[in-house]
Design a binder for this molecule. Sequence first.
Ligand SMILES: Nc1ncnc2c1ncn2[C@@H]1O[C@H](COP(=O)(O)OP(=O)(O)O)[C@@H](O)[C@H]1O
Ligand SMILES: [Mg+2]
Length: 253
Amino acid sequence: MTSEGVFGGRETMAESAGVHVREAVQVRGLTKHFGRGEQRVCALKAIDWDARPGELSMIVGPSGCGKTTLLSLIAGILDSDEGAVTIFGQEMSRLSDSARTRFRASRIGFIFQQYNLLPALTAAENAAIPLVIAGWRRDRALRRSSELLESLGMGGRLESLPSQLSGGQMQRVAIARALVHEPQLLVCDEPTAALDHETGLTVMNLLRDQAVRPDRAVVVVTHDNRVFHFGDRVTRMDDGAIVELVDRTRGAA
Ligand SMILES: Nc1ncnc2c1ncn2[C@@H]1O[C@H](COP(=O)(O)OP(=O)(O)O)[C@@H](O)[C@H]1O
Ligand SMILES: [Mg+2]
């Protein structure tokens, strides 16, 4: 089930920066059912999976195969029936609900297909939300979010409302909001699904160039086969199970 190095060797960013590589995300025996009786669906079947810092991990597969469920369990949005999720050494089930909420807010960034921007807030205000929640003063938070938006090519749109932005621009604001508090883990669920092909590639390039860092793991879930090649490692799922793992960071075996 593991085919390594089919795309040839590529040193990971963490390795080239000399950072000690340990698992950023460790998933063991993760199982999740939905519904009851005859309606019962096994969405995840005892999944084992890892993501490494400095890498962009792709999880791909057809609609309904369990990608969003896996991502939601990793991000602590859903609880599993069985199994464990460990993020940068912290097993999530060992945290109290409030500690887990704080952990999520400070360590994890989220990007979704529907940008989930607040319509009454400007681009800079939307992107500053995680900092405001973390207790930053408003002017300092706005300065930081504006800098980040500028680096994402949105410097001319800081004062725009979401309704005045294109899909690609809204996704850039969502990327800024997901990164502004410098999370260790960035999870993205179908970040290109609402975008045309070219805009989707732009967004993926921005994620590669701006989000992947030696001390951060980026996990992207997608059924968009046009963006699979952005993954350092590509995990293919089908029917609640992992069916293939392609590791593009390792030399040919
Ligand atoms: N809240 C839910 N209630 C009932 N069934 C669900 C729920 N969420 C997901 N499922 C089912 O679990 C399976 C996996 O769904 P999902 O993780 O959303 O797949 P994907 O993201 O790959 O499209 C599907 O059969 C889906 O219908
Ligand atoms: Mg999904």
